[in-house]
Design a binder for this molecule. Sequence first.
Ligand code: AGP
Length: 600
Amino acid sequence: MCGIVGILKSNSLKNEAIDILKKLEYRGYDSAGISLFEKNRIRTIKSIGKISELEKKSKKFSDKNFTGIIGHTRWATHGIVNRNNAHPFSDENLTLVCNGIIENYLKIQNRYIDIPSHIQSDTEVSFYFLSYLLNKYKNPDEAIKTFLKTIKGNYAFVIFIKKNNSFYLLKNGSPISLSHKNKSFYVCSDSSILSNYHNKIYHLKDGDIVKINNGNIKKLNNNSKISFEDNSVSQNPYDKGKFQHYMLKEIHEQPKVLKDTQLIYGSEFFIDFKAKFENLFNVDKLVLVGCGTAYHACMIGEYYFNKFTNLDVSSELASELRYKNISNNNKTLYIFISQSGETMDTLMALKYIKKYKHRSIIITNSLQSSMVREADVTIPTYAQKEVGVASTKAFTCQILSLANLSLEVGKMNKVISHIDYKKNIKILNLLPVKLKNLIKDFTPIAKYLAKKISLVNSCYFIGRNISYPIALEGSLKLKEISYMHSEGFPGGEMKHGPIALIDKDTMTVCINPNNELYEKSLSNAQEISARNGKTIILTSAKRTKKAGTEMKVPNLPKENFIDTPFIYSIPLQLISYYFALNEGTDIDQPRNLAKSVTVE
Ligand code: AGP
């Protein structure tokens, strides 16, 4: 994982590179570094921690004397977090940065005596290996080609070689894009960032070696032309406006982005659904695949497809799917869900099922991502850029896509009537207003509940049926931004083991919509209260019974099956946010995490 940047020819290349690295911090922020190219030397600056540290260290250098720059923000995989393991790795002739993992680095390290044996970082081994090749071959292009033939893994490299004053970009698996105008070039591992600089862009393909020398650009791996596509400028998502954190801003943006998403689906995307998708959904089985929050969206989608269609549907964790044997006898459609479209586990699972010739859809927020290039069909989520590491608006937009998709398939296959279809679409159309009021009304309650949670040591979330994945997501949100110990369980499973965890220092949040399972879930909460566990019951029901140590939470708005995940997830996002705020954690960039996990 990590973020990489490169710039050739700009009036402000250091400041621009630092600015781009700040936007790339979502890919990791263990350490950072830049290499600046002067006429006769390469100058490298590295620091531990966030880009602000690097910015301080690089203040004394003005942009004037430099012709190019490469930079990196690291999420540690091989080798501890220290200055030495920070990228770029450089000497007087060579500097390079890498995003990804070189899987055969130990083999390379053992084979070439010039590579010090104490090195821990796969990229540093790659650096020594390339440096060795540059000494061996007179022509740097030959050294680069041999380097690419030898290394194995998923990676993107940006390399500068002083000897021939050339910039090289290599890609296999990990994303890297290039934009240019005249002799100025920008390279970045997140193509959406490049739209702020140039509107013509090239996404490198696996196996590509792109060389830029003196304003000329060519591919060394084949003679194909580099064709730049349009990359139009987007709004600035990095402006927090009146909000203290991106996460809170993004929670509040949900009514708007859900409205935009629903409008687009209603007006253009799903028109002629039958003509577009009939063939795709003519399958024996449907599998929904994702990681983390996206996996919870998959689980919610499973309940939707189960209710509205007659498809045999299941959800799979992407990180597990590719180690399972899958059959190519039956016709299976795989729907992948990913905010970033770059999560390596999900990308690898997508590539894996393609080997078996199964069809695939990617539901994503990032239309220029690697997964879009791999999948048969792309369904956008229109959540707009999500900056906070904890996913909020992307999650609810994923659920909205799945709700619409399942209704369309159900209607097409005549499993739901036209009246039921219309009724559910109406509920989805009304959702933005309902959620706007919910956010306003629930905010003071979330602040109150956050204080109550600070009195316990662990927090559990329980729910049944579609409330079970909502509980899992509530728990993930709390633990990732506040570091509080938390688990999510299916309500009915508590008595089979997890209830042993309950004592007076635990809080259990019971997700309990007013449906046919309401009484059963309330009993689960009462079983917890009977063991001195504290409980919060989230429900729209007017309660007659009260569980022993239950918190009094005003009623949530009346829900239907299809809008339950939205009405219950947003209060959980708010509770986690205000709890983390009280704890003083780094809410937008929690420890040990990264926004886009591009390693396996
Ligand atoms: C979300 O809050 C998490 N940080 C994380 O679980 C995330 O959802 C997961 O890594 C998948 O990311 P993706 O949607 O970009 O594939």
